[in-house]
Ligand binder design. Structure first.
Ligand code: ZN
Length: 189
């Protein structure tokens, strides 16, 4: 059985876990790049890495791992639509927002415990997905002072908390350096 994508801190650069989940593909346009959520195992290990699922937890016995993966990927598409609109300053597509509300609703109904302090403890995978949906809704409904941007090369979203708000790349280690190298090549050829 595949063990799926090996995650590292480099996959969690966005400053918000909902954006990190949206960033599990390398590119969204003009066509979809490599999908890091390539198997149910990749989804479960991502959720463990994000501390949304305890070690060893997989889907509930009555869950079909492939259908949970489908739900995660569908939710991710809603996130792309919503986050893209936040980035561009256009109206948030309400169908995508409704999709996120649907995921949040199902998880809150069946698979989370909400503490009096506002903390949400997810049970199993559906609960974890609902936490991500709620985090996405929070980005929409309580926009902060820090702008949401996407990387000019790979399209990954991030919250720009840099001084001067001029961050252009998901990471200097990857896209930033590649852009620098490309610029160097174009001026030295
Ligand atoms: Zn990038």
């Amino acid at each position: 059985m595949s063990t799926g994508t090996v995650w590292s801190d480099d996959h969690f650069i966005a400053g918000d876990v909902a954006l990190d989940f949206a960033n599990t593909v390398y590119r969204r346009t003009p066509e979809l790049g490599a999908d890091l959520l390539d198997s149910p195992e990749s989804l479960f290990s991502w959720l463990r890495w994000a501390a949304l699922l305890p070690a060893g937890d997989g889907p509930a016995l009555d869950d079909d791992p492939e259908s949970v993966l489908d739900e995660g990927r569908t939710m991710r598409q809603h996130m792309w639509a919503v986050f893209s609109s936040l980035e561009s300053g256009s109206d948030v597509p309400t169908s995508a927002l409704a999709g996120l509300l649907g995921v949040a609703y199902c998880g809150v109904r069946d698979a989370v415990t909400v503490g009096a302090d506002g903390s949400i403890a997810p049970h199993m995978v559906r609960g974890a997905l609902s936490v991500l949906a709620l985090r996405s809704l929070r980005l929409v409904l309580s926009p902060g002072s820090r702008p949401l941007r996407s990387c000019g090369r790979c399209g990954w979203f991030f919250v720009d908390s840099s001084r001067g708000r001029r961050r252009r790349w998901c990471s200097m280690k990857t896209c930033g350096n590649q852009a620098k190298a490309a610029r160097y090549r174009s001026t030295h050829s």
